[in-house]
Design a protein around this ligand. Sequence first.
Ligand SMILES: Nc1nc2c(c(=O)[nH]1)N[C@H]1C(S)=C(S)[C@@H](COP(=O)(O)O)O[C@H]1N2
Ligand SMILES: [Mo]
Length: 514
Amino acid sequence: MPISTPAVVRYALAGVLSAAAGLAAAELCAAIVRPEASPLIGIGSAVIDATPTPVKEYAVRTFGTYDKPLLLSSIAVIVIIAAAAVGVLARRRPRLAQAAAAGLGLLGAAAVLTRPAAEPSDALPSLVAAVVAAFALGALITRMPASPGPAAPVGASTGTVEPTAPSGRRRLLITALAIAGGSMATGALSAVIRGLVSGSSEQSRAAINLPAPAQPAGPRNTSPGFYTPVADFYRVDTALTVPRIDAAQWRLRIHGMVDRPVTIDFDQLLDLGLIERDITLNCVSNEVGGPYIGTTRWLGVPLAPLLRQAGIHPGADQLVARSVDGMTLGIPTQTVLDGRDAMLAVGMDGQPLPPANGFPVRMLTPGVYGYAGSCKWITEIELARFADFDAYWVRRGWARQAPVKTASRIDRPGAFAKVAAGTVTVAGVAWAQGRGIRTVELQVDDGPWEPVELLPTEGKDTWVQWRHPWRATPGGHSLRVRATDGTGQTQPEQRAAPFPDGATGWHTLAVTVA
Ligand SMILES: Nc1nc2c(c(=O)[nH]1)N[C@H]1C(S)=C(S)[C@@H](COP(=O)(O)O)O[C@H]1N2
Ligand SMILES: [Mo]
């Protein structure tokens, strides 16, 4: 902090530095308590929950999976601005500014404590931040050189260079450097601790030996592109930090409107016998032609027998799944019991679930959009009534019933692709989990709808790959696709946005043939 800088800038920097010290201390504390207790994460999560659905939709559509880093950086920018303002305030009202710095910390505590899965100890990092920030600010402002005061002549107040004794300057500089260095060391230490924590959960994951399925799936589909590589599987959730769970600590409690509440741990779950199934999972937020869909070979425990064992009360028409971070998903009880392969999934493609996809256990309900049937990091299943409880997305206007709509997509050639004249393979996927795909048709420009070739698949719960040799003539063309499901229903042409129960419309794209 060179002493030649104007006083306003010096005070603003003091504010920012104090906030950085507070936040660094909070991150260290959160790394020890738990990641969700970080005030930045708490404020970010509160912002996500409070964001109106259309804005959320827009963010997901525009920024895709960058929406979360973007949100966190925006919050960091706002905190920096607020901290600078507090610093400037300290020039005239030091006590008030210290109180404001502490107040920002308390705001973090409030955000963290109102999280659905909050524990009282989660407030600790924010409280530490409040104390450290207020203390650092106090230390910096008492070392500031004397200010010219409000009586400074008009016109000379900006850019004034204030005279000060060299020893005073040095004291301020040393304090500022000590705070900056301390913050950086603290930040680095918290990163190390976080690494150790996620390393131990990663170790617990690596140590898991999933038993062979009691009911294996048939031979693997050999068509390239049928399975989505697990590392490329889409991710959609509200979790700003991926929950890190040690499988040995994991428990699932089945309770609510049941005769015999059940609690089981991971080993007991695996002992119930695994099924293996190829299932396509997709997100209700997927736009026509969008990427939030994937297919993999899932390994899991059938859910229906476990529920029946608990004894479901008549009238318990809703199954509410809760995750470790307090997320709630609701699905009709009947849907889970109707004979489909609803499961508590533990594996994807022969491996334990990746942390981002719900490790150690997630629910998976074929034929239902992810927000209703596929709770990740699941810890609780409560049998309830729709009349008594609305799950997270239902409270935000999304549909209570979330059957997957029949849909199709053109993957090749890509939108606005340039291809050579001659025979061009047009290819893509179509899906109607639970009903299966009967036909897929392609239309070029205003030509007739032509049925395309469907590649073989087992069962009705996965997408179907399709392809068509198109005799492409030079010029611009539009390609459109539509599917008809196993019940004979053809996708409607009418475009509908994902909200509130899934997009409709025919995927259409333009290509240029040279
Ligand atoms: N705990 C939890 N589970 C969740 C969600 C979430 O935000 N939190 N999102 C749901 C949504 S909207 C979808 S589409 C699927 C996505 O699963 P994936 O990220 O493994 O693809 O998870 C579902 N399960
Ligand atoms: Mo979703």
